[in-house]
Structure formats: structure tokens, C-alpha cells
Design a protein around this ligand. Structure first.
Ligand SMILES: [Zn+2]
Length: 329
């Protein structure tokens, strides 16, 4: 069997991701990690190493192929731009001129790295003209380029721009969704509501309040990982069949989604929320951030399809076979 890493190394990320979520959830860390992994000089299984010249240049914000675009007001606030250098008050928008300048830079070949990365932060600062100009670039993206649109307000973006991006939702789930998931696990309504309110939108957190529930989540993720890592599809198809009803499928998808988010947050240097899963996390630590981003997107799509009465077995097959593909199976 071909080594897994080789396949991951060949894996092509989407052209554009919408990294959505509230303040403090790790969106910019994730963007930086993606940019580092895409251009790291270390062996594939060590990316991002954080130590090579490329990783350090990304961390310092001086890598020529990794472009951060933000409003002047944001750059001043971060000490990247001096007010004295501006003729007028710093703009709060990302303006059309700035998007055009970005497009011109992206049209050139990568200078040092393999992949150009453009981070727009916050993306909702793009005014309407700027968004329409960006849209043209998103429709015909330059080769080997990834756009990362970082936003706390995805709905403030034009639907046409959103539809061009794979969405990675780092936001907490709503209390209602968490409550439903707890109810599906047999928690009484009062207790489910109480735990959802305290969990701040994290299913992992809600479950972590109960050791039995956490153990069940670990078992689900273990079963999924085993099926995804197997040499053929049989295990994945069997698991899809056995988790075939909609509620069971929703439990599996929610467990994998929460776990994927924990891995992403962990890789971005933040603590993994459920330490009990750290052994599993070590096993999956070699999965490229871009594959994890795609996995998070896939989980969210499966959960949404199940909420809209999607077929449990088919959605499970979609999840498991999709994960296998992302891992190079
Ligand atoms: Zn590196």
C-alpha cells in the first residue's frame, strides 16, 4: 500500500476557505498554520515544523507568498502601520484598490514557496465593490493559490462570495443543536438543556461533563478511524450499515465533527478540549491541516443533510468514504 503521507502531500486543497467563528476560537492561528504547512521545508510528515526559514517567515508575517490583507484601521491597531504614514484617517474597509493589488501579486508565480496563500482578515471588512472584484479572482483563481477568508460575520459577505468558499465553521453549535444531540443520547430534557447551556456550544464539552458519554464518543471515533485507515472499503461500508438509522448516523457525524475541530484547534497550538482523546489525537496528528479542514467541512455537510432527513446509511457512507479519500485511501 502506498504510504499515506505521499497521498496527503499530493492532496489539493480548495481554492478558498471561509474560516468562520466567533472571536477567540482560533481562526487566525488556523490560517497561519495552513500557510506554514503549505510552504514548510520539512519532510511531509512534519509539516508545519514551525522551525524552518519558511515557517518562521510566515510566523513573522514576512513570507513573500503569504499575504495578509486587512483594513488600515486593523493594521494600525496591530502596530503594523503607523498613523503618521497615512494622509487621512485609517480606513475601516478593505478597499477595491487593495483587492486589485492582491490580485496582481497573486498573478505572479510563487517566489519562495509552493503555494500562495492570501488571508483576508476580517473578510467582512471587504466593501461591496471589493467583494465583487475578489469574486472575479475566486471564479478564475490563479494556480497554486488558496484564499482564506477569516470572519466573525459570514452573513455580511455576498452570497456569491460565500458560495465560492468551502466553509469551515469554528463557531460553537447552537444550544438547540447541542440539546438535540444530548436528547438523542437519552438525556432527559431538563438535563440536556442545562448541560447545553453550560457547554458554550461545544458538544465535546457537553459530553465531557459525563464520563460515560465521553467514552462513547471515543468509541465512535475509534471505530471511524479504524474504518478510515483500513486497506479496503469493507470496514467503512459495514460501519455505515450498522450506524444506518438517522440518529445513529448523526451521533457518529457529531462525534467526528467535534473531534476534528479539537484536532484543528490542537494543531493551531491551543489546548485540546477533551484530553481523554489525546491518544487518538496523536494517531491522527499526521493528517495535514488542509485535509482536516476538508474533513470538518464534510462533517458539517453530513450533519446538515441528516437534519434535513437525509438517509442515515448513505450519509455515513459519504462521511466515511470521503474521509478515506482525504487520507489518500
Ligand atoms: Zn517548516
Amino acid at each position: 500500500m502506498r504510504p499515506q503521507r505521499e497521498a496527503l502531500d499530493r492532496e489539493q486543497p480548495h481554492h478558498a476557505y471561509l474560516l468562520a467563528g466567533p472571536r477567540g476560537v482560533g481562526k487566525e492561528l488556523l490560517a497561519r498554520l495552513f500557510a506554514q504547512a503549505a510552504n514548510c521545508e520539512a519532510a511531509a510528515e512534519q509539516r508545519p515544523c514551525g522551525a524552518c526559514a519558511s515557517c518562521r517567515a510566515v510566523a513573522r508575517g514576512v513570507h513573500p507568498d503569504v499575504m495578509w490583507v486587512m483594513p488600515q484601521s486593523e493594521a494600525v491597531g496591530r502596530g503594523l502601520l503607523s498613523r503618521a504614514d497615512l494622509e487621512a484617517a485609517p480606513s475601516r474597509d478593505i478597499r477595491v484598490d487593495e483587492v486589485r493589488a492582491l490580485s496582481r501579486r497573486l498573478a505572479l508565480a510563487a517566489m519562495l514557496g509552493r503555494r500562495k496563500v492570501a488571508v483576508l482578515v476580517p473578510a467582512e471588512a471587504l466593501n461591496e465593490r471589493a467583494q465583487n472584484t475578489l469574486l472575479k479572482t475566486l471564479e478564475e483563481p490563479p494556480p497554486a493559490t488558496t484564499f482564506l477568508l477569516v470572519t466573525e460575520q459570514p452573513d455580511a459577505l455576498l452570497a456569491t462570495v460565500r458560495s465560492r468558499c468551502a466553509r469551515v465553521q469554528l463557531a460553537p453549535l447552537s444550544d438547540r443543536v447541542v440539546t438535540d444531540l444530548l436528547l438523542a443520547r437519552g438525556a432527559p430534557l431538563d438535563e440536556a438543556r442545562r448541560r447545553a447551556a453550560r457547554a458554550e456550544g461545544s458538544v465535546g464539552c457537553a459530553l465531557a461533563m459525563d464520563a460515560d458519554e465521553l467514552e462513547r464518543r471515543r468509541e465512535l471515533v475509534e471505530a471511524v478511524e479504524a474504518a478510515v485507515a483500513a486497506s479496503d472499503e469493507r470496514g467503512a461500508l459495514d460501519l455505515a450499515e450498522s450506524a444506518g438509522d438517522r440518529d445513529a448516523a448523526a451521533r457518529v457525524a457529531a462525534a467526528v465533527h467535534a473531534w476534528t475541530r479539537d484536532l484543528l484547534v490542537g494543531q493551531a497550538g491551543m489546548p485540546i478540549e477533551a484530553q481523554e482523546l489525546s491518544a487518538l489525537a496523536a494517531r491522527a496528528a499526521s493528517v495535514a491541516p488542509s485535509a482536516l479542514l476538508s474533513q470538518a467541512t464534510l462533517c458539517a455537510e453530513v450533519i446538515e443533510a441528516l437534519e434535513q432527513n437525509g438517509n442515515g446509511r448513505l450519509q455515513m457512507e459519504r462521511l466515511l468514504l470521503g474521509m478515506r479519500e482525504l487520507r489518500g485511501g
